[in-house]
Design a protein around this ligand. Sequence first.
Ligand SMILES: [Zn+2]
Ligand SMILES: [Zn+2]
Length: 127
Amino acid sequence: MNVKGKCECGAVRFEAEDVRETVHFCHCSQCRRTSGHQWAATRADNDKFRFISDETLKWYASSEIAKRGFCGTCGSSLFYQVNGADHIGIAAGCIDEPTGLVGGKHIFTASKGDYYDIADGLPQVKD
Ligand SMILES: [Zn+2]
Ligand SMILES: [Zn+2]
């Protein structure tokens, strides 16, 4: 599946081929803080992913093993990448519709917020 996407202000634009059809919802505290809630993402191989525009893109090292990409102008949470990985996580919410994506599973549910329940019937992985 091929997709295009952008941040809220449109300064960061990208396109990708063969993205994973399923969206994974991550409930870890880092994802919730950086995105505002659960982090919903698909992914693409690096060689199938291309920036159309990335002048305002900034990367934040959220841990020793990974970084998160966001727009320095509008603040949109856009990407997650394990250092040295051959693929990049892409926020489902920034992909142009129709996305063609479907819900896949919830991960890190053991650290989900206490202000909501997960009740959509998708598989849940504690960590
Ligand atoms: Zn932006
Ligand atoms: Zn997470």
